[in-house]
Design a protein around this ligand. Sequence first.
Ligand SMILES: Cc1ncc(COP(=O)(O)O)c(C=O)c1O
Length: 453
Amino acid sequence: MSEEAIVSKDVPKVNTQYRRIQTPIPPPEAIPILETLYRDEPRSMRGQPQVIWDHAEGFQVSDRWGNTWLDWSSGVLVANAGHGRPEIADAVCKQAKSELLHNYCFPSEIRSRLVDKLAGLAPDPLEKVFLLTTGSETTECALKLARTWGKAKSGNRKIAMVSFEGAFHGRTLGAQMMGGIPALKEWIVNLDPDIVQVPFPDGFRCPDTSFDFFLKTLEEKGFGPDRIAGVISETYQGGSAAFWPEQYAKDMYEWCKEHDIVLIMDEVQAAFGRTGKFWGFEHYGFVPDLACCGKGITSGLPLSAVIGRADLMDQYPPGSMTSTHTGNPVCAAAALANLDILVKEKLWEKAAQVGEVLHAGLNDIKGRYPDIIGAVMGKGMVAGVHMVKPGGIEPNPALAKAVVDKCVEKGLLMFSPVGFQGATVKIAPPLVTPEDAVREGLEVLEEAIKEVK
Ligand SMILES: Cc1ncc(COP(=O)(O)O)c(C=O)c1O
């Protein structure tokens, strides 16, 4: 299944408890839909497996030609509470029928309920909540808040932002400048000289995971703490599923406190139970100054949030930090219903338990294919399987793509590989996925690796 071709491929039929593949992939009847999308959308929208989403429920996604996939994507780490949860759909319908579809920044009860709920779920000192629509807007907003804070504190000297190589914070200008993937920002030309990246201590591509290495890199690049307004990092890197080592996180927190540097955790992927804790940063034993949230906050509708320290969040006067769709009532209803499910079903605990099965299984597979799997990373219900050229750590994007495509043919849905040179097979099942379905997915993944290696 290449990125460009629209060709149905005959694949063996599959029929198990969780997967059903009955037609060529994509089904011949689906070709006009793909042709329309290819004609009317930019080329950049292609690249995902050609599964035509028709309905999705719990931890499965189906097309309308009788094929059902076990989902290891959650869309793109969105459907934490499961796809199409009736509680969320009902809340959305009820709100849509209530005659309030929009409220801008005018006060509304539903927005008050959502910000109160999020402020209540977030640990101190994360007290204030600013609702937005996309993850990129939250990282842009965090950049603005950290810099405004640093500037005001230092007579314009403390303006630099530190972020990480390999990081992804979204596709808008500031978010891309903080991102650590050079190819994504070539178009910007005039990069902000006060936004700097340092290596992410993943222990694989960057073997030195000491905090001293962080300090040394900054010094070499000419950034002392007196110039730095903020540090932003994904709680785990989306491209690899790597976390900071525990000691590194502890040292980072202390260092930021010591130098009055705003510590920002981009929790867009990590929050709402994904990693086996409600908030991803709980793995680090600290609370950041700002948390950027999105994706799993609703399990389906577009809504995001910056949650932060009151003194940081209150820097801008009335009317000057707003958004047209802030706390859209229908999206807010989805978020409230989703948060209720997450809390009631303690889905972060379930993610931790079932995640152990997932990670043990992935590590077993790595043990059987040590030559081509360089590393398995992640926690809870997120994992990155790093495919490499035999015997080394050189990334193997072709193999990663072949594995994902083969899994899709067998009824296990993943999005296309991500991360360094596109060689990471990323796994992110909905948190409601039962253990036996995870085991079935692991078998499929291993079969796929065996067949395409
Ligand atoms: C960690 C992280 N931050 C920010 C974003 C950007 O979110 P959005 O695509 O909603 O703008 C993403 C999206 O994948 C992400 O994974």
